[in-house]
Write a protein that binds this ligand. Structure first.
Ligand SMILES: Nc1ncnc2c1ncn2[C@@H]1O[C@H](COP(=O)(O)OP(=O)(O)OP(=O)(O)O)[C@@H](O)[C@H]1O
Ligand SMILES: [Mg+2]
Length: 307
């Protein structure tokens, strides 16, 4: 899969360097003094309770939302907090960051009036100036490599959620990004469709793609991520090698988050506490959690569509 995906690299070994970033919405601080580095070729999974600010953090990385203080270096481009910078990023810098960074959201946001191949070919034509013919050819190759050769001429409404999300991944890859940002790419999918999307992401990991991955799929994070960062209560409460953080968390906040995830997975008949690692399967959200996420999902979907 993805044999022809080019993994670009920038001169620095650090792809993303988030330094002491504080983000507010109005008067409310969402997170403060957050620092995190992503090396070239590294996969960093961002986990944590709903509303912790995971999506907001990766949206700061590709300039979908501004932040108040601190700085973010992304693929060699330096972004500064609005309290500190005299002016925001230039149009050229925004274009570079968005071109070099692929983002996949939980809602697929394909253009409904365009065929699958045209959805994937659109950005290279508009942004990179690739000829339509060449862009469509490249789109076909990408779609074939992800097992969608039979769907290239279909329209999004005729695709399953898993297929639509794989098209969305191809659309991001069509720009030959150096960095992929995934925001809960499987959370809008029926459980039986999750595997095919995770398989596509895993293939990218195997190709050495640098990634920030917001996910509630703990087993997957444990499996593919080099580093896990846990966000809670307005901070990154724990950062470390994936298995270490998930199997043997050090902070009380991380322990309580993971044990809640495990409890949700463990049947009530299970009297002993489940061991970390072996029993982390997936984060089954509570009904309350689901409702909160549903509201957020609708708001974010509206924002994404607007954009
Ligand atoms: N555009 C916005 N305006 C105001 N508040 C916002 C906006 N976007 C996010 N928030 C708030 O910021 C907080 C963090 O939101 P965010 O979506 O980043 O959380 P999350 O960790 O991704 O949660 P989930 O796991 O549910 O996706 C939430 O309380 C959310 O309601
Ligand atoms: Mg989110």
């Amino acid at each position: 899969m993805f044999s022809d995906v080019m993994v670009n690299s920038t001169p620095s070994d650090i792809a993303v360097d988030i330094r002491s970033v504080t983000k507010k919405f109005g008067e409310r601080t969402i997170f403060g003094d957050v620092s995190l580095q992503v090396r070239q070729g590294e996969v960093v999974a961002l986990i944590g309770p709903s509303g912790a600010g995971k999506s907001t953090l990766i949206r700061c990385v590709n300039c979908l939302t501004p932040f108040e203080s601190g700085s973010i270096m992304v693929l060699g481009h330096e972004l500064h907090g609005t309290n500190e910078a005299k002016r925001g990023p230039s149009r050229e810098m925004l274009k570079s960051i968005r071109t070099e960074t692929g983002m996949v959201f939980q809602s697929f946001n394909l253009f409904p009036h365009m065929s699958v191949v045209d959805n994937v070919a659109l950005a290279p034509v508009l942004v990179l100036g690739t000829s339509r013919e060449e862009a469509r050819e490249q789109a076909r190759e990408l779609l074939c490599s992800i097992g969608l050769s039979h769907r290239v001429d279909a329209y999004p409404r005729h695709l399953s959620g898993g297929e639509q999300q794989r098209v969305a991944i191809c659309r991001a890859l069509a720009m030959k990004p150096s960095l992929m940002l995934f925001d809960e790419p499987t959370s809008a999918l029926d459980p039986e469709l999750v595997g095919e999307v995770l398989g596509a992401i895993r293939a990218l990991v195997d190709r050495g793609m640098t990634m920030m991955l917001v996910t509630h799929e703990m087993m997957f994070a444990r499996d593919v991520a080099d580093t896990v960062a846990v966000m809670a209560d307005g901070a990154l409460v724990e950062i470390g090698p994936a298995r270490q953080v998930l199997d043997d968390p050090q902070t009380d906040r991380c322990k309580s988050f993971l044990s809640r995830v495990l409890q949700q997975k463990a049947p009530s008949a299970n009297t002993s506490a489940p061991s970390m690692g072996a029993q982390i399967a997936a984060d089954a959200p509570t009904q309350e959690h689901e409702q909160a996420r549903d509201t957020d999902r609708k708001r974010k979907h509206a924002e994404e569509v607007e954009r």
